[in-house]
Design a protein. Sequence first.
Length: 278
Amino acid sequence: MSLPPPLMATLLLAVTTASCVLAAGDDGGIAAHPAYADAVGTCGPASAAPAAGARRLEEYDGERIVDITHAYRPELPGVGPDGLGPVVFQTMSMANGSFCNLSELRMVVHAGTHIDTPGHMIQEHFEAGLDADKLDLVVLNGPALLVDVPRNTNITAEAMESLKIPKGVRRVLFRTLNTDRKLMWKKAGDLSYVGFTEDGAQWLVDNTDIKLVGVDYLSVAAFDHLISAHVVFFKNPDIIPVEGLKLDDVPAGIYNLHCLPLRLVGAEGSPVRCILIK
Ligand SMILES: [Zn+2]
């Protein structure tokens, strides 16, 4: 579906035209996460087999620590059918005679697992400098509740009410039909994703103490409420949406959440590494 440029930007989703090699990955004999394909993106020459033990973990220390961040891979969802595309570009390569390997990072700050700041859609907040460097690490780190949203609905006021999230809970990760549909594992952006409606966002603001709002697709707001639901949240600069979380196979419940965005001065969003600790 073609979108007006501002909406495309809102949904992240930059498609880079740079070409890149897809090399078959070798996980050193240790099974990758079931949802990750074996192919990994590289932008240099096809690499030799990785060093023994090179692997990607989703859980650490016997599942005590769970990584709920999506790996930045070219197959992350993008605007078009082709996915995000590569974000890491190797500009110096030892395989090609350079004295070191050196890569550049080029990406929209709303790609993959990321945070939004209030300046994303409220110009006064942007001009006031409420950027990714000013986010409150107290909001981004602490006890959090992972809940399952009824699968037949957007996150409406009615759905919010049905979840009966107690007062005092400040951080909630909302798992929805998006996770069941594995939308973050599909290259093409899908506008039928589940998100907050305007009345759902308003209900959260009016009736809960939630400051960190985590969701499992690229926008906290349902597409039909893309601007209005975002703005309800952004009017409250102490609310931080965390988007594109990887909540597959994580039991609902209470965790210690740690989210650390990059200190991107002047940016209205940032990639973020989020983990749950039991
Ligand atoms: Zn965003």
